[in-house]
Design a protein around this ligand. Structure first.
Ligand SMILES: [Zn+2]
Length: 177
């Protein structure tokens, strides 16, 4: 589905009365399909509740052709994914904090495009949701998966071999999560 997803906002309409406007919507799963990373498949279940404050900046109430729109708020929902070890399905709460800038000449990777006084929240929300997903989800901290040998939890056994006193300080470091 392309075209108007409800996440494209005409800022001329939006800021007609006030330069700071509260805005909320329920973005459906169709609009929030997340790209499969190739290693694992994660999806946002159902609707994503989006609660934002949009603020016009840098244009003093005139056309936004040289201005920018600050977008702050939260997007909340639920994610589902397979445990990375046992592959059992698991779910959790998703909460993305949003603090983004839309401008006419965006900086790639930092700000988003404001074009014809319109902003499209879809790519920004997708990225925010992706970043809010767990990086390495485990159904529980001790999950050994279907093949525990493939996921050793201890350190290598031969660390004491070829011991060099210059490395002593390193042995005091711990790597507990
Ligand atoms: Zn598991």
């Amino acid at each position: 589905m392309t075209g108007d997803t409800g996440l494209v906002i005409n800022t001329t309409e939006l800021f007609r009365r006030d330069s700071r406007v509260s805005w909320r919507t329920e973005a459906t799963l169709d609009e929030m399909q997340l790209v499969d990373s190739g290693l694992r498949s994660m999806v946002v279940d159902g609707a994503l509740s989006v609660r934002l404050v949009l603020e016009q900046t840098g244009s003093e109430g005139r056309s936004l052709s040289h201005g920018a729109v600050l977008v702050r708020g939260t997007a909340t929902g639920r994610w589902s994914v397979s445990c990375r070890r046992c592959l059992e399905p698991m779910q959790g709460a998703l909460r993305a904090e949003i603090d983004e800038l839309f401008e006419v000449n965006p900086t790639e990777g930092e700000t988003w495009l404001l074009r014809d006084d319109c902003i499209d929240l879809t790519p920004m929300l997708r990225e925010a949701a992706l970043l809010a997903l767990p990086l390495a989800p485990l159904c529980n901290a001790h999950c050994q998966g279907p093949a525990p040998d493939r996921f050793p939890t201890g350190a290598a056994e031969d660390q004491t071999a070829n011991f060099d006193p210059r490395w002593a300080a390193l042995t005091e470091l711990t790597f507990d999560a």
